[in-house]
Design a protein around this ligand. Structure first.
Ligand code: 4MI
Length: 395
């Protein structure tokens, strides 16, 4: 007889989004693998099992979708991603293209521009005093620097926000968040699609670089368009939530901001710790390709496994004081960027953005004070705020 714990938790509802930590703790405590009866999927919320699933792509496939929908049984809402929703060998061919286009060397060439943009933005906010750290900083900064780096025009770049909001909702169930995000994004879908065309992308940017890889025979022209779509889908919402998380942490934990001001070189650690602490990408699914035992529980072939990345990043079995934001913590090994073959291909770019914003704040601001009620953004996959009213004082 093989027993396993069950839970009727809904990890895609407002109550959970508002405060996911008690439910995440209950899941971790219930056992290494828990059956979620509401969705008929398996859940892993402990670090060890999340790590094990992330590191075995042969057994825990991405090709049937990394959301709740099983692409073998349901038609995907869009043509599947050649990276996120693919297994080797297809995945490795497209991944190599983005590894090269987003290489650390390429990112180093962006630093001066990214740092100058962050300095300008923080100077503007200091002149204002009070502002919304989500809309006017965490959203404004990536929307300023990222589409430039891709080679996109200035106009309409805000359309990337509803597009990303929809994409990340689409990994969850077809609930009210998904439906609302779909309606919101409908009018920008054609525009986003058009931005993936070769003639829309300025030379020197990531987009043109992807098409040059197609010219070199590494992928087809059609595949190049889809890889550019991946850049546009993954590149904005994620860093918006990451930067928002970092500012929210530094505003809530002033001793940590003081430490950062004393040593601006801690900016990288402060950003990384915010990724661990808030885990902007909260969850992804895999689908089993064979029967397998996980955490002592036998799983059949073709089952969805929901990985709670945010819960793994706060698992007391893995982390000391997991619920403390500590910018000097040794947080290597967190799964906020995933792990294994699918680990975030844009992480160097994300860290560059985070580092530039936090360095600007560390060197220019004496304090960050929350001045009004925060608003949380509810999304099936992405954890973040819609509004964070703050006042910053000049140093
Ligand atoms: C983890 S965020 C993300 C990554 C890749 C894609 C979308 C979102 C994609 O479309 O390839």
């Amino acid at each position: 007889m093989s027993g396993y714990p069950v839970s009727d938790l809904d990890p895609f509802c407002a109550e959970y989004f508002a405060d996911p930590y008690p439910a995440q703790n209950a899941l971790r405590e219930a056992g290494p693998v828990v059956r979620l009866t509401r969705y008929n999927v398996w859940a892993v919320a402990r670090y060890q099992e999340v790590y094990d699933v992330l590191n075995d792509w042969r057994t825990f496939s991405s090709a049937r979708g990394v959301g709740l929908a099983d692409f073998k049984k349901e038609k995907p809402w869009r043509v599947p991603s050649l990276l996120l929703e693919a297994d080797p060998p297809l995945h490795d061919r497209t991944r190599k293209v983005l590894d090269e286009v987003l290489s650390p060397a390429a990112m180093r060439g962006l630093r001066a521009r990214f740092a100058a943009a962050a300095d300008r933005l923080v100077d503007n906010m200091l002149a204002r005093g009070g502002f919304d750290a989500v809309t006017e900083l965490a959203e404004a900064y990536p929307l300023e620097v990222f589409p430039d780096a891709v080679g996109m025009p200035r106009e309409n770049r805000r359309h990337l926000l509803p597009y990303g909001n929809m994409a990340f909702n689409a990994f969850g169930p077809r609930n009210a968040y998904f439906e609302a995000a779909m309606r919101d994004a409908e009018s920008v879908l054609a525009w986003v699609q058009a931005q993936t065309r070769r003639d829309a992308l300025a030379s020197g940017g990531f987009g043109a670089a992807v098409y040059e890889k197609a010219d070199a025979g590494q992928l087809t022209q059609e595949e190049a368009g889809l890889v550019v779509r991946s850049i546009l889908t993954a590149g904005v919402d994620t860093t918006v939530s990451g930067i928002g998380a970092a500012v929210y942490c530094l505003a809530r934990f002033p001793d940590q901001f003081r430490k950062l001001r004393d040593s601006p070189n801690l900016a990288r650690g402060a950003f990384e710790e915010a990724i661990r602490f808030e885990s902007p990408v909260q969850t992804f699914f895999r689908t089993t390709t064979r029967s397998v035992e996980l955490g002592g529980v036998p799983l059949e072939e073709g089952e969805k496994v929901l990985m709670f990345l945010g819960a793994a990043n706060r698992d007391p079995r893995r982390w000391e004081r997991p619920d403390e934001y500590d910018i000097e913590r040794r947080n290597a090994g967190h799964v906020g960027f995933g792990y294994g073959i699918h680990q975030c291909v844009g992480q160097v770019l994300a860290r560059l953005e985070g580092d530039c914003v936090l360095r600007a704040l560390a060197s220019k601001a004496a304090s960050i004070e929350i001045t009004g009620p925060i608003e949380r953004r509810f999304n099936n996959t992405m954890r973040g705020l819609a509004s964070l009213p703050v006042t910053i004082r000049a140093a």
